[in-house]
Design a protein around this ligand. Structure first.
Ligand SMILES: Cc1cc2nc3c(=O)[nH]c(=O)nc-3n(C[C@H](O)[C@H](O)[C@H](O)COP(=O)(O)O)c2cc1C
Length: 367
């Protein structure tokens, strides 16, 4: 898989999830495997140029976190250009432009989804960035503003002419938010609109089978996964294996889930400091526990977490409590096992899927 001058070891990508796709999470995923190019949370181009402390923390990386794309948002061409050049100068592999964010704060200044509505202006901004750097510049968009304005194919074509190296497309409109089903035919329309650059499909991929279906139905060159990686940090490794061999690896056991969760917390503490890391982990741990079976005892306590010692203590107590749901061989008894994950586009009722893939709380209400 190639994106501009970058050759990648995987055609599976991590989608940016503001508030979540930080260095500890990326490292956790990379240690499990199957992922190559990962993206940061969106970063305000101006804040980056001003060397704002929070913006610099968002682009924090390490040699093991490579190759890394930084996602920029902004609507001032000079700022976007200079921010891209700065990122190239510090060794970032690729720059992604956010054109899908529907949040008012971002659209109001002409960034995010607003960019999908002004083709000429957006093309000019992108050209400025592409001409300023040698690393690939990519764009991430939704299908359009609403069902009456499915602009993604036109925008993708215009951006290809402007020099973008790949398009990431979430198969929903801005109006849809996260409701309804991901439209695979909408992604296919983007694949068909471009001449030669790769299009990477995105939305609701929570299983290897869903990824395969997205590849097959849309003809996309890659699949990008956001929330599915939270449920299941093994998703990249398992999907890669499934695509290469046709075999579906078994779901990780409880102990393996706990091991990875503890590793994630250790990385959070290492990178953000114990106190902040633990506080941030309060909203991360319940994603792991969604696949533990009954977990209310765990979830109630983890929201009060402030040290790693506390975490290990609550985990031991939870293990004891969870025993009542296990059979003699240590497996969850039927009825307590979490329901299998199903992507919206793989089942008839999108409504049922909404209960399966909640949208995490975060700095943004809708993406
Ligand atoms: C909490 C949250 C934060 C997000 N932050 C970003 C972001 O910073 N930039 C972006 O382009 N998309 C963002 N998205 C959208 C995701 O990248 C992705 O397109 C969307 O969640 C659909 O993919 P998924 O079903 O695999 O999660 C965000 C989504 C969520 C739920």
């Amino acid at each position: 898989m190639r994106i501009g001058s970058l050759t990648l070891k995987s055609n599976l990508f991590l989608s940016p999830l503001a508030g979540y796709t930080n260095l500890p999470f990326r490292l956790t995923l990379r240690e499990i495997g199957g992922l190559d190019l990962a993206t940061t949370d969106l970063v305000n181009a101006r804040s980056l140029l001003e060397k704002n402390r929070k913006a610099l923390k968002l682009i924090e990386t390490s040699p093991a976190d490579s190759p890394l794309a930084v996602q920029l948002f902004g609507a001032v061409p000079e700022e976007m250009r200079d921010a891209a050049a700065y990122l190239e100068s510090i060794g970032i592999a690729s720059v992604d432009i956010n054109m899908g964010c529907p949040v008012r704060k971002v659209c109001k200044v002409g960034g995010g989804s607003a960019m999908m509505t002004e083709l000429d202006k957006t093309s000019a901004l992108v050209k400025g960035m592409v001409n300023a750097v040698k690393i690939p510049v990519t764009a991430k968009m939704r299908l359009g503003w609403d069902d009456g304005n499915l602009t993604a194919p036109d925008l993708a074509r215009a951006l290809e002419d402007a020099g973008v190296a790949a398009i990431f497309v979430h198969g929903r409109t801005r109006e849809q938010g996260f409701s309804g089903s991901v439209k695979l035919h909408g992604i296919r329309a983007v694949v068909e609109a471009v001449k030669s650059i790769p299009v990477i499909g995105n939305g609701d991929v929570t299983t290897p089978e869903a990824a395969k279906m997205m590849f097959e139905e849309t003809g996309c060159a890659g699949v990008s996964i956001g929330r599915g990686a939270f449920y299941n940090p093994w998703i990249f490794r398992h999907t890669k294996h499934f695509l290469e061999t046709g075999e579906l690896p078994p779901e990780p056991e409880f102990d393996e889930r706990v091991r990875v969760m503890c590793r994630h917390l250790d990385l959070m503490a290492e990178i953000f400091g114990e106190e902040l890391g633990c506080r941030m982990f309060r909203k991360v741990a319940p994603w792991y526990s969604k696949r533990f079976g009954p977990a209310n005892e765990f979830n109630k306590k983890v929201v009060l977490l402030s040290t790693r010692a506390e975490f290990h203590e609550l985990l031991e107590k939870y293990r004891e409590w969870r025993r009542q749901f296990l059979d003699e061989s240590g497996e969850l008894r039927p009825g307590y096992r979490p329901a299998p994950m199903v992507a919206s586009f793989m089942q008839e009722s999108a409504v049922a899927q909404r209960t399966q893939i909640p949208v995490p709380k975060g700095p943004v209400e809708v993406w």
